[in-house]
Design a protein around this ligand. Structure first.
Ligand SMILES: Nc1nc2c(ncn2[C@@H]2O[C@H](COP(=O)(O)OP(=O)(O)OP(=O)(O)O)[C@@H](O)[C@H]2O)c(=O)[nH]1
Ligand SMILES: [Mg+2]
Length: 304
């Protein structure tokens, strides 16, 4: 399967990302309009960025960066600063096409892990892959059932953990099955947990170690699911989960639910974590590859 393909967004998807990111645009647009040439009202823009959940330190850093750019009006300078922050360095997908891919989904309760797991599987399947879902949220029998129903709906294979059992055991079974039957990507759903609970964080570290041991050749991606409506709290979550499991990227969910989405700016700046996917609704197709240009256009209210 061409990973590069299932990870790329279409034009249509880009406009959905723009539209979903737009709720915070109003304040930024107003601040830009109020800005008389040649210098924009930088403090009003900083305030508007903070109101979009970017966080004080990150808002200040973005404005400082924009101020140093000499070309263009306020809008163009802010745009360049935001793009510099959010753009990916290079295309990682080329090097990973031939490898096994394991995606471990982690995050606090209710962030959108289980639904995102199913959405990722549906997308990989649509791109010609044979994904395997792993119900490693063994805390609640209902969580296993939830993923089973989603797997049935999407017509995707699933390996289920034992209710109350060790989630690492389910991961063990899944990786064995995946390698025997050439299934990939392997997409693992885990139980929601607070980043402050050390016992639960240790359990997550163990899952990560088990994957590394059983599939040393695999490209493992630990994705943190962040509910965009939770705003700046996402930053603390990202720090905690990164410490326990080594987070590689973020899925920003519920952008459609009136979230302001600016938390992605601070997660990127403070932890260098890229956003990989965004959730823009509850349907199986409402998970889109993150697109920096579309996201920034939404934040700035372009095309609105
Ligand atoms: N509007 C909207 N709702 C979403 C999105 N992603 C998830 N949800 C909803 O959020 C709720 C929680 O989603 P789950 O996937 O069950 O969350 P979870 O992280 O697995 O929850 P726990 O397993 O309890 O920790 C569900 O009602 C989802 O439909 C999204 O992008 N947009
Ligand atoms: Mg769940």
């Amino acid at each position: 399967m061409k990973l590069a393909f299932w990870r790329k967004s279409t034009k249509e998807e880009q406009s959905s990302i723009s539209a979903a990111t737009a709720p915070s645009a109003g304040g930024i647009i107003q601040a830009l309009r109020r800005s008389l040439a040649p210098e924009p009202d930088w403090s009003a823009l900083e305030e508007a960025l903070i109101l979009s959940d970017a966080g004080t330190a990150t808002a200040r850093a973005i404005i400082a960066d924009a101020q140093e750019i000499r070309d263009g009006d306020g809008h163009a300078r802010l745009r360049t600063a935001l793009m510099r922050l959010m753009q990916e360095e290079g295309d990682r997908s080329a090097a990973t096409e031939a490898e096994i891919e394991v995606i471990l989904l982690v995050g606090v309760n209710g962030a959108g892990k289980t639904t995102s797991a199913a959405k990722l599987a549906a997308r990989a399947k649509a791109a010609g892959g044979q994904p395997l879902l792993v119900a490693a949220d063994t805390f609640r029998a209902a969580a296993i059932e939830q993923l089973r129903l989603l797997a049935e709906r999407e017509g995707v294979e699933i390996i289920e953990g034992r209710p109350g059992g060790d989630p690492s055991a389910a991961i063990h079974d899944a990786l064995t099955a995946a390698s025997a039957r050439k299934l990939q990507p392997v997409i693992i759903d885990t139980a929601g947990r607070m980043q402050t609970k050390s016992g639960l964080m240790e359990e997550l570290s163990k899952m990560r170690r088990v994957i590394g041991k059983l599939a040393p050749e695999a490209k493992v991606e630990v994705l943190l699911i962040l509910d965009a409506t939770a705003g700046q709290n996402g930053l603390a979550q990202a720090k905690g989960f990164d410490r326990a499991a080594g987070v590689d990227g973020v899925i920003l969910t519920k952008l459609d639910a009136g979230a302001r989405g600016g938390v992605a700016l601070s997660v990127r700046r403070e932890l260098s974590l890229p956003v990989r996917w965004v959730g823009v609704g509850e349907r199986g197709t409402d998970l889109l590859p993150f697109d920096a240009a579309a996201y920034v256009a939404g934040l700035l209210g372009e095309g609105a």
